[in-house]
Write a protein that binds this ligand. Structure first.
Ligand code: CMP
Length: 142
């Protein structure tokens, strides 16, 4: 099975609720490895660029303000089928639709403050990982 890397973001609501450790522990329990990690305050420009595909959506401005409202934890997760595994562990984008036990069911406050982001495909994962991390900052020694 192919080992993949994917981008995960612990969003401001989950950071301020002190759930960083719970979320990372869950990824580790599920067999994903943290290959890179940093905590940052996103600038408006950086958040807008990250969510550029949503720029025409009505929620874009509010999403950017939420993502810049407090620190976020940026992570590269690595493992077999990491892109899909991460999405399964997160649950549906809207926590109202998320299955029991998923990160969004457990830690989301709303559709916008939905605790975590994860890349939705390998192509997005490549773009998103390199949007935030230099190649030399991502470990490959597992
Ligand atoms: P995320 O996985 O980070 O990708 C885009 C984000 O936009 C999504 O999670 C939600 O936090 C936010 N969002 C707000 N409103 C909507 C909506 N109606 N549909 C999808 N995403 C939304």
């Amino acid at each position: 099975m192919k080992v993949e890397q994917t981008l995960s973001i612990i969003k401001p609501n989950a950071v301020s609720d002190n759930n960083i450790g719970n979320i990372i522990a869950r990824f580790e329990q599920e067999g994903l490895r943290v290959a890179a990690l940093k905590m940052v305050n996103l600038s408006k420009e950086k958040a807008e660029g990250f969510y550029i595909e949503h720029r025409e959506r009505p929620f874009f401005g509010s999403l950017v303000s939420f993502m810049t409202s407090g620190p976020v934890m940026l992570m590269v997760l690595e493992g077999e089928r990491a892109v899909d595994r991460n999405r399964e562990i997160m649950g549906a984008t809207n926590p109202a639709d998320a299955e029991e036990g998923t990160l969004r069911k457990l830690y989301a406050k709303s559709l916008e403050a939905n605790a975590v982001h994860g890349s939705d495909s390998l192509t997005s994962a490549d773009r998103e990982v390199s949007y935030f991390f230099e190649k030399s900052d991502v470990t490959d020694r597992f």
